[in-house]
Unconditional design. Structure first.
Length: 304
């Protein structure tokens, strides 16, 4: 498997702090988000890489394994178990230096030292070793509106139904592990695990960045000039906002707590950022035109 430099993908140093990783992820996730780069396969690929890098580096245990074992970090437990059994019976020795990767020959020596017997015959006791079953991987496709609230889903994996509670706030590309729902183990070994990756399609007019949401709201020219009240949509209904007279286009307001639910933190939400876009009428009546001309003369007269 080809080595993937997650630090390079997130454009950070190996000494980066958890906050550095979080900031880098949010910046790049927004930059390459599919909603901001429609039909851009390159951006879509970058977005997946950024999510994968964040999944590993934001988890202290995964990051530690990745830093130590590189591309083989997912097999860290096997390497460490093998390393603990490298002491050999008297009379046996090895001049091979540990390079960070175990070969079939290394594991053969390991089993030999654990269960006795010279040489590397196939009957060195491996039949008594318990092997964990294979891990299964699956994708669960949902809509953004689906994961605004916790919900239950029933998945069928290997002919078995699994009832799963999906907490509100899961993100696109996020992976969860369900222990013991993978393949059968060998020689009485434990079952493998089931890894479910969420593929979330945005079916809303909002752009999601972490727990925050972003939206654009059009306002008419008269409301922008005179001020007033408007109704703004959120994920759980509309709210009333006051417009100040003379509101400019691209004015941004924050609605605290009106963003997306925080994963596994009951009652906690991100914020909603609304950007106003002023609509200029494409056509006006003769009466409107006459009034605008009068307003223009008043404005110019006032300037003088």
């Amino acid at each position: 498997m080809e080595f993937i430099d997650y630090y390079k993908i997130l454009e950070i140093d190996k000494k980066a702090s958890p906050d550095d990783i979080k900031k880098a992820y949010r910046k790049l996730a927004r930059k390459y988000h599919p909603d901001l780069n429609p039909n851009d396969k390159s951006a879509e690929g970058k977005f997946k890489q950024v999510n994968e890098a964040n999944e590993v580096l934001s988890d202290p245990e995964k990051r530690k394994k990745y830093d130590q074992y590189g591309k083989d970090w997912k097999h860290a437990e096997e390497f460490e178990k093998a390393g603990q059994g490298q002491s050999r019976p008297k009379g046996q020795s090895s001049n091979r230096a540990y390079s960070g990767h175990y070969t079939e020959e290394d594991f053969s020596d390991f089993f030999s030292s654990m269960f006795g017997g010279g040489g590397r015959s196939q009957s060195s006791g491996r039949e008594n070793v318990k092997y964990k079953g294979a891990d299964y991987k699956s994708e669960l496709h949902l809509k953004l509106s689906d994961v605004y609230q916790s919900q239950k889903q029933t998945l069928t994996v290997d002919g078995k139904n699994i009832r799963l509670t999906i907490p509100a706030g899961v993100e696109d590309g996020q992976t969860i592990k369900i222990r013991g729902y993978g393949g059968e183990g060998m020689n009485g070994g434990p079952k493998g695990d089931l890894f479910i990756q969420f593929v979330i399609k945005n079916d809303t007019d909002f752009v999601r960045e972490g727990n925050d949401l972003y939206a654009k709201v059009n306002i008419d020219l008269y409301s922008a000039i005179l001020g007033g009240e408007i109704m703004v949509p959120t994920m759980d209904g509309k709210v009333k906002l006051k417009l100040s007279p003379g509101t400019q286009s691209d004015t941004k307001v924050r609605l605290k707590g009106k963003g997306f639910p925080v994963y596994k933190e009951e009652g906690k939400f991100g914020d909603l950022y609304v950007t106003y876009k002023i609509e200029i009428p494409k056509t006006i009546s003769a009466a409107e035109k006459a009034l605008f001309e009068q307003l223009s003369k008043l404005r110019n007269h006032g300037d003088n």
